[in-house]
Design a binder for this molecule. Structure first.
Ligand SMILES: Cc1cc2nc3c(=O)[nH]c(=O)nc-3n(C[C@H](O)[C@H](O)[C@H](O)COP(=O)(O)OP(=O)(O)OC[C@H]3O[C@@H](n4cnc5c(N)ncnc54)[C@H](O)[C@@H]3O)c2cc1C
Ligand code: FES
Ligand code: FES
Length: 1395
């Protein structure tokens, strides 16, 4: 039986750890964060889907004396599996005390860290890529660079999510380390100015290979001296469970004896990455690590193929297949191995592939119906597998294995055999074994496909497929004849990957003509039957057709298109039988020069370029400087402290919500299943625990409040019913999911789950008059003036989840005399403060709420953060012990509510020249269960919609109350929908009139007079820059040229179409009163407190610059050195009251203004002293001034509460964007080829910060318009509840060319030092991507119409939001391939074929 070892030994950042007691369910991340000082690795998802937790793992092989280093997701890696490993976290690279690492410094200098929560993970992914590239035998790179290539550098972070930056600056950081980079192509940074001559690597923080010791010598010595080779070591972990590591199959089966183990409590693991998908529902008491069984790690090659042990990781498999391709079979260039390896490179992300095993994937596919890519591609490659059951060892084809009933826990997958397929030596497989080599004049074709939202992977495919075919040349007919086809399809909603045998049989022995292809497609449609309940069934089956078509079309003589040909010379080798462009995920190479050199992956498309245009203003130095973000380096090095990084106080307990799964039901009782997890419950906190005098209140805003816990009635699925308290966060989370709630719906009406239901039941929230938008003009009159009208057209917009990287979190610590301190990640501590006091029934002065920094907010940490803080406070108050919570991603997503979905109906009248005369809107806003900010949404919608002069504007907007989590503010709430609705109308008007949409836009942009009419005082005469911004972008010669190029492209490409569009934006920003306090300490250092919270938007950076400017007034150089002596500190609601809310984009400038005024008070107090000292001593330094002021008892602390003047408390922001896209008509995938944004930022307070906001906001908008589906089930329970199903943009989905111009619109008397906001407005510009997609779809539909393949209008269609791949494909024709083939085969029907 597995050997027992009494200890677990490993190193973290060079420090030795030896444990004799470990709960084997402990993850490496949990250990790092709770038992070491290293908090750099963050918990973003716990699913392997975000990269926040990435660390470097190193393993030492004493036999070859080599260290292997690889990135890993520490949230999935079990601690017990890293025995004798070394762990390096971002702190191990460098820190503020000993010096930061070049990666930290470069990330900071390229402005690549905003909230910073993703930054440590980014560092480690990049570091791992660099370390491994430097180990290769590539030529030595120039000093200061690594051996990484640009394409690898970008790929390094392909699995890491960042919700703030939009990735561009992170990509620049990565590229700065690449040996083939052109430094002048890198974006805005603080190492050199754009246009500087002599840009060279010396200007960058120095990087040298090998600077970090990732495997300490002591651990090597220990490994060498230990009698047990570490890999063979078994470990018994205590603390409630055991960890076994059998070292042979026999040993394993002794363990798996049912008399020893009960199945439900034993878990076999290799990489444990499956828990990212199938969450452990309960604890196990025994873990069996399969990696100790040597044959599971074996790799054996023979002439016929390669056998790979089941425990070999996917990364290692890729290397092995590539080695095989590159070395032993070099002469034959085994295309199959290479394509398998390429496809595997799109499975998950690097840090998952590095620990995920091949066998684990196949077992999940077999046992759990997992939509595996690997099963599909190996099925087509004719792979066989070897399994061991309790009684026998079997060799099976993969197909036989997949078709067996789900294997039990005592079935062991030993190895996978992948046969070698070459043209000269094509091997055939029968009865599960490779039994012959037939040398024929056949050639082997092999191709794999996957259609997924993200090209580089880390997204499960809608459908995947792989096709293998042998072809021979029929001289008589001149056709290629197909044989031995293996057509595999998977992931489309099937129990497992399948072979389309009917289609194979039909095609075998036939030449490929369009009519045969058409018949094959019809057969395929019958084969690909999507299971009920799986979304987008028609889309998925259309993908199957599209992929097979794509595979076979080069074989059809008449179909070969430029750039995609197949060599039909029967004597040529298979190596030449290559597609010259790829079609994976629609990200094909598109330029002529690229078609000739298809990269090893389709990464050549991911190499991003960018341009930033900014104008530096010196008037208020250091305001206007693109200084680095305050704290960026400590964010990168993991030293920045977020709420969950605060060490748990002694006796701390942890809470997790029990959430309702019903939308409207009585709660009759809650019990817990009898499970190991339930045993961890310490207590339950519910509404019954609210102290006398307190209220059941969880959040409130001016329009209403919401209960903390449902009492006897739950009103939406996701509503908190109570709180489970346990000894660790993981136990609490798991135990909360053991709750069994007894619901009943007696005497209840059905829940209201849609806006249509709400209308039927008249379920609306009031919109108070002070937030009601105003109608303009006379609609009937406007319609009467119109030449044409569109009546009752509809458009729909979905919701969007915040996806801040740090989920909701708080820590409550009880204090003396019924006082309590609560640390929370909140955008409005002041409100949190009052709700806590209300809930506990204590005076406000008993509560102190502290927020230092927030790991991303986007509006979601405003009201939605409050219940978490209040729940912690209530539990801590009840238990008299500290209580903390860090919501798991699923719970966070269940409760968040997110953006308001809308259903819009509009009627519009317009003249023949495109001038719109009247618009009427009926908008139904789904607000969820309580008001939150929803009554303000109509005003925001109309505010952004008014960017055009509609003539007369009237509307009927209903804010619907539904049994769903309340919707709240999400970056640009209401505005983004309003702006989009305007574009949808413009596009329809343009289509109706057959006029280019940009001309309609221009025709309807406001004059200054109409701007005043629509926006009143917010419009400032001299600052109306939109018409010129729009003209420069949309009516420039460059734009015209691009349109021409696009038209040419579209006419010469059948299956790809491009579109371009320019969208303007007006965004009304309001300023709110804000406090500020500035104190100068005896040593001259300065402490600043502001009401605003640093949520990544750079508020502290701007505030510091403002304080330096304002305090430096005595000196001509504005005392530049002051900047480094200023610290903005955490918000403490008792130290600075009336902090208000951070949101609406204007908090940075408001905080700056409050600080400027406070500084002015101090400057006034110091002025006389300064003058006196100057007279006495000549020059006076800051330090001497301050020390004298202390001696003379000058009050050196000043605070203000800045209240904006009524005439300047709101203003308009302007901008426009041009986006160009390419869509793939086979898959519906979109690549954003280029985006050019011009944004009027006034005189930017900090151009680097504003640029970061603009880019990040735009990319978040891309998520809204293209990717993010935040969906519910029929009970209103959120089902896209994690990284597996909810897809935010990643590095491979941003514009390939991303250009931003910050327009300086000059002096604005009423603005804070002439600046303008940048946080939210640019999100609206992402509508340009949506509009460009529409243009491309128009071209596709026009094509289809002209070839007789469609009856629908090419231009009159609505495209809802988000425009995901299925939506786009549907608009292009789900049967576009068949329609096309029908057209061709009709043409060819007279030509006979012979075979
Ligand atoms: C974020 C993320 C994204 C992913 N994306 C993709 C994707 O795009 N395409 C795709 O195909 N896959 C994807 N995967 C799945 C991934 O490939 C698998 O999770 C991984 O290969 C499982 O290997 P493991 O060693 O971690 O298995 P484990 O989690 O250790 O084990 C998985 C299961 O298999 C059992 N098991 C493991 N090995 C054996 C064996 N040799 N014999 C018998 N039983 C065994 C275990 O008991 C367990 O039940 C993704 C995974 C994650 C986390
Ligand atoms: S927390 Fe580990 S990948 Fe997200
Ligand atoms: S900086 Fe990347 S998530 Fe905030």
């Amino acid at each position: 039986m597995g050997k027992k070892l009494e200890r677990l030994v490993f190193a973290v950042n060079g420090e030795r750890y030896e444990l004799s007691e470990v709960d084997p369910s402990t993850t490496l991340l949990e250990f790092l964060r709770t038992r070491t000082p290293y908090k750099g690795a963050k918990l973003g998802c716990g699913e392997g889907g975000c990269g926040a937790c990435v660390v470097l793992l190193s393993r030492y092989d004493p036999i070859i004396d080599q260290v292997a280093e690889f990135s890993a997701s520490s949230c999935l890696t079990l601690l017990c599996s890293i025995n004798f490993h070394s762990v390096t976290t971002t702190e191990g690279l460098g820190n503020s005390k000993d010096g930061f690492h070049a990666i930290h410094q470069r990330l900071s200098g390229f402005h690549a860290s905003q909230c910073g929560f993703c930054t440590p993970g980014m560092c480690m992914s990049l570091f791992s890529a660099v370390v491994n590239a430097d180990k290769t035998d590539r030529p030595e790179p120039p000093n200061g660079f690594s051996k990484l290539t640009v394409s690898e550098a970008v790929k390094a972070i392909s699995g890491n999510l960042c919700r703030c930056t939009g990735y561009r600056p992170i990509v620049d950081t990565c590229k700065s380390l690449a040996t083939d980079v052109d430094l002048e192509d890198l974006g805005l940074n603080s190492f050199w100015k754009k246009g500087d001559k002599n840009v060279n690597v010396c200007r960058l923080p120095h990087y040298s290979s090998g600077g970090i010791c990732t495997f300490p010598e002591f651990l090597k010595s220990e490994i060498k001296s230990t009698s047990d080779v570490p890999d063979d070591a078994g470990l018994t972990a205590t603390g409630g469970g055991y960890w076994y590591r059998p070292d042979s199959v026999e040993d394993l089966y002794k363990l798996l004896n049912p008399e020893v183990f009960s199945e439900s409590r034993v878990k076999m693991v290799v990489g444990n990455t499956s828990t990212g998908i199938y969450k452990d529902l309960d604890l196990y008491d025994k873990y069996v690590d399969l990696r100790g069984i040597p044959e599971l790690s074996d790799i054996r090659r023979d002439n016929l193929g390669i056998e790979i042990g089941a425990a070999v990781t996917i990364s290692r498999t890729i290397d092995v297949l590539k080695e095989e391709n590159g070395c032993t079979l070099l002469s034959n260039r085994n295309v199959v191995f290479r394509k398998i390896a390429d496809h595997m490179n799109k499975v998950a992300s690097p840090f998952v592939r590095n620990t995920a095993s091949l066998g684990g994937n196949l077992i999940m596919a077999q046992r759990s119906q997992f939509p595996s890519d690997i099963a599909t591609i190996l099925l087509a490659a004719g792979a066989t597998i070897c399994i061991q059951t309790a009684s026998e060892r079997l060799s099976l084809t993969l197909e036989e294995f997949l078709e067996r009933s789900p294997c039990d826990y005592r079935t062991l997958l030993l190895s996978v055999y992948v046969p070698s397929w070459t043209s000269a030596c094509s091997s055939s497989v029968s009865n599960g074994t490779v039994d012959s080599i037939a040398t024929t004049k056949t050639k082997v074709l092999f191709e794999t496909y996957r259609a997924a939202p993200r090209p580089l992977g880390n997204a499960v495919a809608y459908l995947n497929s792989a096709f293998l075919a042998q072809t021979s040349f029929d001289k008589r007919s001149g056709n290629l004849i197909l044989d031995n086809l293996k057509l595999a399809f998977g992931a489309y909603g099937t129990n497992h990957a399948i072979r389309a045998k009917k289609v194979e049989n039909f095609l075998n022995g036939k030449p490929v003509t369009s009519s045969i292809l058409l018949e094959a497609m019809q057969l395929l449609r019958e084969t690909i039957v999507v299971k009920e309940g799986i979304p987008h069934p028609a889309y998925r089956s259309s993908l199957a057709v599209a992929f097979l078509f794509d595979f076979l079309r080069p074989l059809v003589k008449d179909l070969a298109e430029p750039g995609k040909t197949i060599n039909s010379d029967a004597n040529s080798s298979a190596a030449n039988t290559e597609y010259t462009y790829g079609s994976l995920n629609g990200h094909a190479n598109f330029s002529a020069d690229k078609t000739s050199k298809r990269a090893d992956c389709d990464l050549s498309d991911v190499i991003l370029s960018s341009r930033q245009v900014i104008e530096l203003i010196k008037d208020y130095h250091p305001i206007g400087e693109p200084t680095q973000k305050a704290g960026a380096e400590i964010q990168a090095s993991g030293e920045a402290v977020y709420v969950d990084d605060i060490p748990s106080p002694e006796n701390c307990l942890y809470g997790a919500f029990i959430n309702s799964t019903r939308p409207l039901a009585h709660i009759r009782g809650i019990k817990f299943s009898s499970s190991l997890a339930s045993q961890k419950i310490v207590t339950i906190v519910s509404a019954n625990d609210i102290p006398k005098g307190g209220k059941n209140i969880g959040a409130k805003f001016i329009f209403g409040s919401e209960p903390l816990f449902a009492e006897s009635l739950t009103e939406f699925a996701g509503q908190p019913l109570g709180l489970v308290i346990a000894g660790t966060q993981r136990y609490a989370n798991m135990a909360a999911k053991q709750a069994i709630v007894d619901y009943d719906t007696d005497n209840l009406e059905p829940p209201i789950l849609s806006v249509e239901d709400a209308v039927r039941r008249c379920s609306y929230f009031d919109v108070p008059s002070f937030v009601c938008p105003k109608q303009i003009g006379d609609f009937s009159k406007g319609m009467a003036e119109a030449d044409q009208t569109i009546l009752s057209a509809e458009v729909k917009l979905g919701s969007q989840y915040y996806f801040y990287m740090e989920t909701q979190t708080a820590l409550a610590v009880p204090d003396e005399d019924k006082c309590i301190a609560v640390y929370t990640s909140s955008q409005c501590p002041e409100l949190t403060h009052s709700v806590i006091a209300n809930c506990l029934g204590v005076p406000f002065h008993n509560v102190r709420v502290i927020t230092r920094r927030v790991g991303g907010g986007f509006g979601g940490k405003a009201f939605k953060a409050i219940p978490v803080a209040v729940a912690c406070a209530l539990a801590a108050y009840k238990l008299r012990r500290p209580v903390r919570m860090y919501l798991d991603r699923k719970t966070d997503m269940l409760m968040a509510g997110g953006r308001h979905p809308m259903k819009v109906k509009y009627s519009v009248g317009f003249k023949s020249d495109g001038k719109i005369t009247a618009l009427h809107l009926e908008i139904l806003i789904n607000a969820g269960i309580i008001e939150d900010i929803s009554p303000m949404i109509p005003k925001a919608v109309v505010g952004a919609l008014k960017k055009y002069d509609w003539g007369a504007l009237s509307f009927d907007i209903k804010v619907c109350k539904t049994n769903l989590p309340s919707k709240s503010a999400v970056r640009a709430p209401g505005d983004v929908q309003g702006s989009f609705i305007a574009e949808a109308i413009i596009e329809q008007v343009a289509s109706t009139l057959s006029i280019d949409a940009n001309s309609i836009r221009k025709r309807n942009l406001h004059t200054f007079e109409s701007l005043m009419l629509f926006y009143g005082d917010s419009a400032e005469g001299s600052g109306y820059t939109l018409p010129s911004i729009f003209d420069n972008l949309a009516f420039s010669p460059t734009y015209e040229q691009r349109v021409e190029v696009i038209q040419k492209f579209n006419s010469s490409n059948k299956w790809k179409k491009r579109g371009i569009s320019c969208v303007p934006m007006i965004y009304q920003v309001s300023l709110r009163p804000t406090p500020g306090k500035v104190s100068v300490l005896n040593d001259g250092s300065v402490v600043v407190e502001v009401g605003g919270i640093e949520i990544g938007q750079g508020l502290w950076t701007k505030v510091k610059q403002m304080a330096a400017f304002a305090l430096g007034q005595f000196w001509d150089d504005k005392n530049e050195k002051l900047l480094d002596r200023i610290r903005v500190i955490q918000t403490d609601t008792l130290s600075l009251i009336q902090g208000g809310l951070t949101g609406g984009s204007s908090t940075s400038e408001a905080s700056c203004e409050a600080v400027r005024l406070s500084c002015n008070i101090l400057v006034d107090r110091l002025r006389t002293l300064k003058d006196r000292l100057q007279e006495q001593r000549g020059l006076v330094s800051w330090d001497s001034l301050i020390s004298q002021a202390y001696l003379e008892s000058v009050n050196l602390s000043a605070s203000t509460f800045w209240v904006p003047e009524h005439t300047s408390d709101s203003y308009l922001n302007y901008g426009a964007a041009v986006s160009e896209v390419e869509i793939d008509l086979l898959t519906g995938a979109t690549a954003i080829l280029r985006a050019d944004l011009t944004y009027d930022s006034g005189q930017s307070l900090n151009p680097a910060v504003d640029l970061g906001q603009i880019e990040g906001s735009f990319v978040q908008g891309i998520g809204f318009f293209m990717y993010e589906e935040y969906l519910e089930n029929s009970d209103g329970l959120v089902v896209t509840d994690g990284t597996w199903t909810y897809k935010v943009p990643t590095v491979d989905t941003i514009p390939k060319q991303f250009n931003v111009e910050l327009l300086n619109s000059g002096y604005h008397q009423k603005r804070v030092l002439s600046s303008k906001a940048s946080g939210e407005p640019p999100l609206l510009l992402a509508a340009s991507v949506h509009c460009a997609i529409r243009e491309a779809i128009r071209a596709a539909r026009a094509d289809l119409l002209s070839s007789g393949g469609s009856d629908s209008s090419p231009s009159m269609f609505q495209m809802d939001v988000p425009a995901t791949m299925p939506v786009i494909k549907e608009l292009c024709g789900l049967d576009n391939v068949e329609r096309y083939l029908e057209g061709l085969s009709a043409h060819q029907s007279k030509e006979p074929y012979c075979c």
